[in-house]
Design a binder for this molecule. Structure first.
Ligand code: SAM
Ligand code: DTB
Ligand code: SF4
Length: 337
């Protein structure tokens, strides 16, 4: 990390005009952004943010775990992996009526986007048919729809798209050179293949990662470079701060410096100017001040509701109060229901 007395680094790299024409970001160039003095980085991020969004508006998305736990994968951070003793009980896929009630509640509380998560390695054909029904159910309530179900086969994304799926969430999670330390049961290319299937089916891509897993700054830069170099880059980029869950291999991981988390948000904003940058897992542990810095750094979406998938999230009253104190408001939906 550079000293506080060092001169600011001037960036000579032109910013891509739009996602489809985006130039490739080298890991070095992204790392140089991370290395900027904090005020300079925040200024650049805010400038990009304001060119593309109203900086006072934040999207509210509610998560629902429609199929919890019992997952065969070995993602070291995840409370839903069957091999870790985390106390999470495995459930079957929820029925449309149950999901309708949860989605209506989320809408009534002010969410505009509803994300359904399932702890699968990869859904089977019959799972996709059932999730398509859930998507139709949620879409009929006038909410934007999102699903995260694991790896997709040919045709799956198309079926979900036909049912009204707006976004598919599938994260790269980390830089390629750190990935093997975290997950061994599927490889990086599997993830890229699923993202390509989602893109080809005309479903918007929601793809991000987790920081605070013991990676270096360069590896955080490596993750952001991978995301920014997807062609086009994702419409939606969740940046998760590791939620340390008892029983997972990462339970005692040292905390990431909160300013480093804010820097990650800022660098995502600068490298993916028109994406929704989502301040995702880890808000409950973060405090209001750090969250406010994340909004200044260009985050403009949060998970809204007192639960993520299996872990806690600030309750809706606390989020409304925080935004009120900041004079910020909820963003209108991007997709016409
Ligand atoms: N099973 C599917 C998959 O892995 O693609 C979908 C659900 S999975 C829980 C969705 C994402 O949640 C993961 O890719 C990871 O980025 C994030 N996640 C899971 N556990 C987390 C934790 N403890 N802290 C932060 N993010 C987490
Ligand atoms: C994402 O990137 N973060 C969300 C969503 N996509 C599905 C999930 C966070 C999960 C945090 C751990 C849990 O609650 O189980
Ligand atoms: Fe399974 Fe997804 Fe958790 Fe990995 S992140 S263990 S694939 S639920």
């Amino acid at each position: 990390m550079s000293s506080v007395f060092e001169q600011p680094v001037t960036l000579h790299r032109p910013r891509p005009a739009d996602a489809a024409l985006a130039l490739r970001w080298s890991v070095d160039a992204v790392e140089r952004l991370f290395d900027l003095p904090f005020p300079e980085l925040m200024h650049q991020a805010q400038t990009v943010h304001r060119e593309n969004f109203d900086p006072s508006r934040v999207e509210f998305a509610t998560l629902l775990s429609v199929k919890t736990g019992g997952c065969p994968e070995d993602c070291n951070y995840c409370p839903q992996a069957a091999r870790f003793d985390t106390g999470v009980e495995a459930t079957k896929l929820m029925e449309p009526d149950e999901v309708r009630v949860a989605a209506q509640r989320a809408k009534d509380a002010g969410a505009t986007r509803f994300c359904m998560g399932a702890a699968w390695r990869a859904p089977k054909d019959r799972d996709i048919e059932k999730v398509a029904e859930l998507v139709r159910t949620v879409k009929a309530l006038g909410l934007e729809t999102c699903a995260t179900l694991g790896m997709l086969e040919d045709g799956h994304a198309q079926t979900l798209q036909s049912a009204g799926l707006d976004y598919y969430n599938h994260n790269l999670d980390s830089a390629p050179d750190f990935y093997g330390d975290i997950i061994t049961t599927r490889d990086y290319q599997d993830r890229l293949d699923t993202l390509q299937r989602v893109r080809s089916a005309g479903v918007k891509v929601c793809c991000g990662g987790i920081v605070g897993m013991g990676e270096t700054r360069r590896q955080r830069a490596g993750l952001v470079a991978e995301l920014a170099n997807l062609t086009p880059y994702p419409e939606s980029v969740p940046i998760n701060n590791l939620v340390k869950v008892e029983g997972t291999p990462l339970a005692s991981q040292a905390d990431l410096d909160p300013f480093e988390f804010v820097r990650t948000i800022a660098v995502a904003r600068i490298t993916m100017p028109t994406a929704r940058v989502r301040l995702s897992a880890g808000r409950q542990q973060m405090g209001d001040g750090v969250q406010a810095l994340c909004f200044l750094a260009g985050a403009n979406s949060i998970f809204y509701g007192d639960k993520l998938l299996t872990t806690g999230n600030p309750d809706t009253d606390a989020d409304v109060a925080l935004l009120q104190r900041l004079g910020m408001t909820r963003a209108a939906p991007e997709v016409q229901p």
